[in-house]
Design a protein around this ligand. Structure first.
Ligand SMILES: [Zn+2]
Length: 270
């Protein structure tokens, strides 16, 4: 639950996720960790900010989002880190809060005008939405579902390097759900379009929000059922069937891709 337009009680330290341009304020002295400010509201330099909301709880204390205007001064020792670095430095609970903070910020910054009549909209005070005072249209944050799937054939897994992946980094296949499509239909279509094969025994495993910028990854595994492997060069640079004793560099632990590779490993080796 997100509580918009809320301020914390005074004289009580809370966590502050202070966002500007997909960067967050960080106090950590080491490059291995991410540490947002933990301060009472009186110590936050509030001169110029756009919005606050209570977006969750961390280590027993409330977490507040504050969208920073460019002109808001940072205190001594405050630095800014990109959200992508938080993924590597924060624990998964803190990263998901940072991800939520950046997604809420992105939503408000891309929904300033009504999509129906073009008038300026106002932020709703009760829920995370914007409302048009002219025609009444209510708009909610966009969440874009994707499928991600670990495909196995005998004791091998299909891994490929996407055109946007770092050099050499292989992953399982993924793609966006289209309008009117079920997750299963999307999975079969994406696998066929990207790899030219058909799959069966589709099993849902787990999901993960992926805030670059607002995806929700639904993770599956599936068994190869037929067709000749033919990678789509517009999406994939290289790839193929890999044995688990000879895997290429893959997505890091903590990512859903890594988890799916491990699930497939247990499946084919168990
Ligand atoms: Zn309107």
């Amino acid at each position: 639950m997100i509580f918009p337009d809320r301020m914390p009680p005074t004289a009580t330290a809370v966590w502050w996720l202070i966002v500007h341009d997909n960067h967050l304020v960080d106090l950590a002295s080491s490059e291995q960790s991410f540490e947002p400010p933990f301060l009472p509201v009186e110590e936050i330099p509030f001169a110029t900010y756009a919005y606050t909301a209570e977006i969750g709880e961390y280590q027993g204390s409330p977490v507040f989002l504050l969208i920073r205007e460019q002109s808001m001064k940072l205190l001594a020792g405050w630095q800014q880190v990109p959200l992508r670095l938080c993924l590597l430095r924060a624990d998964s609970e803190l990263f998901s809060l940072a991800a939520r903070a950046c997604q809420v910020t992105g939503f408000l910054q891309t929904h300033k005008y009504c999509g129906t009549c073009g008038e300026e909209v106002a932020q709703d005070r009760e829920e995370l939405a914007v409302v048009c005072g002219h025609c009444g249209l209510v708009s909610y944050p966009r969440i874009s579902p994707c499928i991600i799937v670990g495909i196995y054939k005998d004791d091998k897994i299909l891994l490929a390097q996407g055109v946007r992946h770092p050099e050499g980094m292989h992953s399982v296949l993924a793609g966006f759900v289209e309008s009117g499509e079920s997750l299963e239909q999307c999975l079969r279509r994406e696998v066929y379009e990207e790899a030219g094969i058909e799959v069966t025994d589709i099993e849902y495993i787990n999901s993960q929000p992926w805030p670059f910028p607002h995806s929700l990854m639904a993770g599956f595994i599936a068994r190869y059922a037929g067709g000749e492997l033919r990678l789509d060069p517009t999406e994939l640079v290289t790839g193929g069937w890999f044995s688990f004793d000879n895997l290429p560099p893959t997505a890091p632990p903590g990512s859903i891709a890594w988890n799916l590779i491990e699930v497939v490993r247990k499946k084919v080796q168990g």
